[in-house]
Design a protein around this ligand. Sequence first.
Ligand SMILES: Cc1ncc(COP(=O)(O)O)c(C=O)c1O
Length: 495
Amino acid sequence: MKHIVSIQLDRSSDTPLYIQLYWHLKNLIKEGVLRHNQKLPSIRKMAAQLGINNVTVVNAYRQLEKEGLAYTQVGSGTYIRSKGYSSGEDKDRHKGIDDLEMMEQGQLHMMPETINFASITPTPELFPVEHFKMLINRVLDREKGNAFGYHESKGYKLLRQSVCEHLENCSIKTSMENLQIISGAQQGIDIVSKALLGFGDCVFVENPTYRGAIEVFRSRDARIIGISIEEDGINLDELKQKLHTHKPKLVYVMPNFQNPTGYSYSADKKQKLLQLCEEYNFFVVEDDSFSELNFTENKALPLKALDTLDRVIYIKSFSKVFMPGLRLGFIVVPRKFLNNIVAAKHTTDISTSGLLQRTFDLYLRDNLWQKHLDFMKGIYKERYNIMIEAIKENFPQEVKFKQTGGGLHLWFQLPEGYSANELYNRCLKKNVLISPDSLFYVGGESSDRCFRMSFAAVYKHQIKKGVEVMGNVLKDYLKEDASKIDYAEEFSPFL
Ligand SMILES: Cc1ncc(COP(=O)(O)O)c(C=O)c1O
């Protein structure tokens, strides 16, 4: 209780007391003062100690739970879950935990023989190295040392111009003034958050969602609320219900080939989401990493293409269809936020590499981009089809999945009673890596029944072999009586 006594709440502040309490507790978890599985004081005790009412404490505990930083045991109390800020105490509980924690931080531990369905990064032989080398030389011959000077924070003018032209192909009309060049989409999410979110602001995310975004919003001390996602997009009823009780500043979505589910929004859901922006006065952050990788004839228009009211902050990465190490992307910024975004970019890294911006500009101007896209689409469509065929042949029918027709990944659901974390461990022993759903949920809401498999970093023969191995693992696993498998002790720290 010593550290609880030290908590000081500021009654004159505009920030509600429950947010202040939640924030203090979160810091104590971050600093390792409150440790994993430690019991928090009862609601009554905490309220009496701080001179606040019980509801304030309940709301603060609830907020911690929503962010996966606490859990309740019925009849016993609320306990800390320090997974996000691990002190190392719970490491090595069993094989696989270290790898899973590394995955949570976006890193993977790989052996040469590992079949990697976890990574969503293209294989390096697909990168257009020769073309790029030629173009870098052209830039250096043309600009000499100027290519290495400081650059405008907003981005190299000619590149912004060619990106605008390129955007017309996906029906986004904008001007180069509204474009901000960024060093990859991860930086885009970070810059938008830095520019627009204050302490305790609310952000809605799809649940499950991209882990890198959860970490950014957490780092800004935002309140993160998950809205479940369905095969045709975000759950609109749940979204509306939560809009009544919270006032999000931002709603972070991936309307095409969402990561991790691969699901895309129906045209109707895209329109309704835009209407809700206006009605409830929030902005949408659209993260578009995959819309070009559409293997069907149906159009996968970005939400931004339908945004007549300038409510969508559109973040585009070139990592998944080009080269992730290039660290290049852009944001189409609503007019209202232009100054905030450029200021945030400036304080982050002044500007994205001028050499790479100039080289990529030539890549677009020389019409190499479309050719490269067609090439990548061809490769990935083939890998997608091989994966679907192999799954139909090898996976038990009780394992459900949707053929999404694009992106770089598929989402699977195990029958009730079976655990994706357990499957992850069984596959790991056979050198096959998958991503269990606990990596992607906010608020500890994962069902532990789903997992993602990507075909980005695996070759055709590996897909066939890996799916066959997994098929056998799954068949053995599903033969076991789910009601008799007891994982509670071993797996609860991850969830
Ligand atoms: C949905 C999503 N957004 C952003 C990123 C980060 O992309 P970048 O390499 O452009 O920073 C990723 C990477 O996997 C992603 O899947």
